[in-house]
Design a protein around this ligand. Structure first.
Ligand code: NAD
Length: 243
């Protein structure tokens, strides 16, 4: 069984993955805020602030794959805090993963890295980053850091540009952009398993949205490189719900 360290383990995206895949992997769920009774006992829970570099080293001991979800998620804030927290925590955990010889890093990046492109442009991974907010800037930093370590140290890395991740019943205030960038939680879980299991990757940036009939981000490489098989189409899913 592969040993995974999942940071931000009590956040929305990590929690759903862990609840569905705890029998498939040996999982450590690390978060600055932890709660009792969320996961079965087989999941190792660690309360940890990733701003603490020494703690990051402890967490990465014996880990095969680090999935880094932890951070501040706020596409509106102009506060420096978002850079301070997201840059520091990402550097600490990536550096620790390299120092502890982990096999792979998977970074939860965001479609916010490219959000300044006009919404009628489909964004491919080879286009320049164009963030619209400081949160997106912090994700550009994380991608650059992942690329740096993967290309210069003995670790493999994947940055996932996650779109609008929502459980269908919660997705009530959608606009055209959100539909085109929609990511169904089950599609994301399948993609993440592909990222954990696929061998032979040095560094990739993969787009993580569902099979929406208009796609804000191109998902060809996610399909080809890690066997992504998205099922949801937001335009069908939500149009049907409104009937
Ligand atoms: N939800 C989306 O639609 C979406 C879209 C694109 C990217 N992402 C990225 O995916 C990741 C997970 O998103 P989410 O929606 O589950 O977010 P979330 O806010 O629910 O989870 C983030 C978790 O990180 C933890 N955290 C924050 N600072 C920490 C620290 N210093 N040390 C340890 N843990 C810390 C929080 O306690 C929280 O549990 C984030 O990095 C986010 O930027 C999410």
């Amino acid at each position: 069984m592969k040993k995974l360290l999942i940071t931000g383990g009590f956040g929305k995206i990590a929690r759903y993955f862990i609840q569905n895949h705890h029998h498939q992997y040996q999982i450590i769920a690390a978060d600055i805020v932890v709660k009792e009774g969320v996961f079965p006992n087989v999941v190792q829970v660690e309360e940890a602030d990733l701003r603490d570099a020494k703690r990051c080293l402890e967490l990465c001991e014996g880990v095969d794959t680090v999935v880094h979800f932890a951070g501040m998620v706020d596409p509106v804030s102009e506060s420096d805090e978002i850079l301070e927290v997201n840059i520091k925590t990402t550097q600490n955990i990536f550096k620790a993963a390299v120092a502890k010889n982990c096999h792979r890093l998977i970074f939860a990046s965001s479609a916010q890295t490219i959000e300044s492109y006009h919404t009628d442009i489909q964004v491919h991974k080879d286009m320049l980053v164009k963030p619209k907010n400081l949160y997106g800037v912090s994700k550009c930093f994380g991608e650059a850091l992942a690329a740096y370590y993967a290309n210069n140290k003995t670790i493999s890395a994947i940055s996932l540009r996650i779109g609008a991740y929502e459980f269908p019943n919660d997705f009530t205030e959608m606009n055209a952009r959100d539909l085109s960038a929609y990511l169904h939680p089950d599609d994301f879980n399948q993609l993440l398993v592909g990222c954990i299991e696929t061998e032979g990757i040095k560094y990739e940036v993969l787009n993580a949205i569902s099979d929406n009939r208009y796609k804000r981000l191109d998902i060809t490489e996610a399909i080809e490189k890690v066997g992504y098989q998205p099922k949801a189409d937001a335009f069908e899913l939500f149009a049907l719900k409104r009937e």
